[in-house]
Design a protein around this ligand. Structure first.
Ligand code: GNR
Ligand code: NI
Length: 172
């Protein structure tokens, strides 16, 4: 397994629309394993392939404390089944250090393939519903900062751009 590099806002590659996976083969399973290693290493609860610059519809999630409940979503879709909105404080491994409240539909029905390419259908609410919507946004080139005001988004952009410049200087 190998740890992958996570793209950070405002990297334009995060705006790429992911393509469906046409066959769940060993290459896809290797990507899934590398994404889990990357997500666990970064202490995240979810990761979309877009964030590691692979533009395929692949998502990994694990909401457990001890990395014991890996969930793989390939070619995922969802329908809102309860459009009442819930607020949640969101963060993102591609927007490190920033957290803000986002409103999303409370309950969704999810259709996807699992790591063997078998269909997997379930309903989700709470943190899982939030996480799945956040990850599927990544596959559409969308980030949680897009739901914030332009001013907040601009402030985050400026701070991260400054950090990225400083990191580049350290490397030289
Ligand atoms: O680790 C993460 N935590 C989180 C918290 C609230 C709402 C969404 C998330 S997803 C995020 C990992 C990530 O960036 N996934 O794309
Ligand atoms: Ni994210």
């Amino acid at each position: 397994m190998s740890k992958l590099n996570i793209l950070e806002f405002p990297d334009p590659r995060l705006r790429t629309i992911a393509e469906p996976v046409d066959k769940v083969d060993d290459d896809i399973r290797k990507l899934v394993d590398d994404m889990f290693e990357t997500m666990y290493d970064a202490n995240g609860i979810g990761l979309a392939a877009t964030q590691v610059n692979v533009h395929l519809q692949v998502v990994v999630i694990d909401l457990s404390e001890d990395n014991s409940e890996p969930l793989v979503l390939i070619n995922p879709r969802y329908q809102v089944i309860e459009d009442e909105l819930d607020e949640m404080q969101e963060g993102c491994l591609s927007v490190p250090g920033f957290y803000d409240t986002v409103e999303r539909p409370r309950r969704i029905a999810v259709e996807s393939l699992d790591r063997h390419g078998n269909p997997q259908n379930f309903e989700a609410d709470g943190l899982l519903a939030v996480c799945i919507q956040h990850e599927l946004d990544h596959l559409d080139g969308k980030l949680f900062v897009d739901y914030l005001s332009k001013l907040k988004r601009q402030r985050i952009r400026t701070k991260l751009e400054k950090q990225h410049k400083q990191e580049q200087q350290v490397q030289r």
